[in-house]
Design a protein around this ligand. Structure first.
Ligand code: HEM
Ligand code: HEM
Length: 188
């Protein structure tokens, strides 16, 4: 059975903690940036965060998506999973970048800061939505016992597929979505 490397797992889980820390320790309001030590800590954190996102992206970019799957994965499914992963990376780049832009506009008293804060807040919202979808999809795959969960998550190891009517109804809808995706994006 294929599994993600120890390094991939280490990066995935330590980075998840870094992301959670970034979200929880967020700046509450613009005025806080008048405190030079808060401003400095934010800039250093955003720089480190951005650096790690790039290292991770280049480390992971050639690794197969849904690597642990024991079942055949429809092309439409792979396409959706890859797209969500790429969009997650996009939000992880947008968050620190727009944060650094806010810092620069603030430090040099330049105009446009409200707009930069709006994009920053939108990036945060987008990251919650995408990572929410990512986690729900992972749990769904875990219930189906496809092998994808075990390849990345060290706990709650998979058993055989759960026999449930709800799951099989969901699978019917799921397969229709993949077929439609393959048609729309002309995936062969
Ligand atoms: C309870 C939380 C989480 C669970 C259960 C989970 C589960 C998984 C699983 C099973 C995979 C493997 C998918 C594959 O083989 O293609 C994966 C990959 C991935 N996860 Fe998560 N994840 C969680 C949290 C997060 C968070 C917080 C982020 C972003 C900050 C994230 C970003 C990614 C990305 C980008 C990938 C693709 C592989 C990579 O580039 O590292 N995940 N996750
Ligand atoms: C990786 C780095 C960062 C993360 C993960 C992050 C995350 C967040 C989050 C989640 C919010 C709340 C958004 C919302 O209410 O929907 C926020 C707001 C904010 N962040 Fe960041 N941020 C980062 C870097 C920065 C930097 C470098 C600055 C500037 C020095 C900054 C300044 C602000 C400001 C001014 C707000 C808005 C406060 C308000 O609503 O008035 N952030 N950030």
């Amino acid at each position: 059975m294929k599994t993600h490397t120890k390094t991939s797992k280490f990066i995935h889980w330590t980075f998840s903690l870094l992301y959670a820390y970034g979200i929880f320790k967020q700046v509450e309001e613009l005025d806080q940036l008048n405190n030079p030590s808060i401003l400095m800590v934010e800039i250093v954190f955003a720089g480190i965060f951005l650096g790690i996102v790039f290292i991770r992206y280049f480390y992971m970019k050639d690794v197969d998506t849904l690597l642990g799957a024991k079942v055949e994965i429809p092309k439409g499914h792979l396409f959706i999973a890859k797209t969500i992963h790429r969009l997650v990376y996009l939000t992880l780049i947008l968050l620190p970048t727009t944060g650094l832009i806010i810092a620069a506009l603030f430090a040099y008293s330049l105009p446009g800061i409200n707009f930069a804060v709006a994009i920053h807040e939108f990036s945060a919202f987008l990251s919650y939505a995408l990572i929410g979808i990512h986690i729900v999809a992972s749990i769904y795959s875990r219930l189906k016992g496809e092998g994808v969960w075990d390849a990345m998550v060290p706990i709650w190891k998979e058993k055989e597929k759960i026999d449930s009517e709800i799951l099989s109804n969901l699978e019917t809808i799921e397969n229709k979505v993949y077929k439609k995706t393959e048609e729309i994006f002309k995936i062969k």
